[in-house]
Design a protein around this ligand. Sequence first.
Ligand code: GLY
Length: 381
Amino acid sequence: MVSGNKIENGQKMREWIDQILDKVDRKLRVTAKRIGDTVPYTTGADGKYNDQYAQLPEAWTNGFYPGLLWLMYEQTGYEDYRKYAEKIGEKLFRIFEYPSRLHHDMGFLFQLSSVKEFELTGHERAKETGLLAAIVLASRYNIKSRYIRAWQGDGEKGTLGIIDCMMNIPLLYWASETEQDPRYKNIADSFAHTVMKSHIREDGSANHIVSFDVETGEIIKSHGGQGYGYGSSWSRGQAWALNGFAQCYACTGNRDYLNVAKRVAHYFISAQGDEDIPLCDFRQPKEPHIVDSSAGMIAASGFVTIAGAVEESEKDFYLQAAVKQIDTYDKKLCNYGLESEELVPMGTVDYHLKGGIHIPLIYSDYYFVETLCKLKAYFQR
Ligand code: GLY
């Protein structure tokens, strides 16, 4: 795929991507038939996906499986993918009945499911759901301290803004575009500017969590969050940062966002070094050797967005990084067998969460397929 420093020609790249997507399709058809409108998260000891919706309907991860179905429906036209994605979309809508349980992850939940459904089918219900999700997200913006509040809860919980939320704000840009109403975009821009100052460090790494003074916006402190500890560098957080800022550039054309995305991408590539799968935290101790496959794919998807935005002379650098990550996972990591349901093993929820280390995660699968689809679109230009 990469010869010397050059990416192979577009035709060869498309064939390579199609071969991988065919393997995904073969496997997903079997899974989709078995699990129907289940909303999976990780697999159990039997290798089968469990039902996250049954435990936690509003879980931030519940948009990834319908999102995966929509991506594969777009690629293949296979009707079962559409049927189950629509059913799950109807289920997810029910979480709006419990406003007190809603949180910042409206983009993860509804951009990948309802907004994608609207894009592919024109369904009005899906569009309205996307707009409702944007309204909920916008309502979490603190006008004085200029951040979007993460999670629920009182005390310190109410003061937290997180890097992951950069992935939610493209929903706000979409809502502004769809409604021809700048309010959502203004909130997204304001939050992105806060994050540039509060979360992105000089060396291109990023804080996961920051506490703000809720009246003034002054930064109180940063937290290690799901990474190793204070001042460390949780790889999935770095991936959310570069992917989120790259999307913000794609939505706005603001080159400050692109420059931040590039800076974090450079940091990510050099911090990953020659690890096949990124470490869970780039600043964790040597042992135990904990990795997170999801971080590699979230970053790869962001690299493709950056490649689409930069000058011709820079494109191959980012494409190579994405292609290398996909190629490594395809050859060394992915499970295309039909006996179990996960596609990409070795995800890690949190450096410190026993039982959440080196497990299949539905978002690793989602971003693997999203990256393939984005690469394919890139080489179709
Ligand atoms: N957004 C939560 C996580 O990345 O685990």
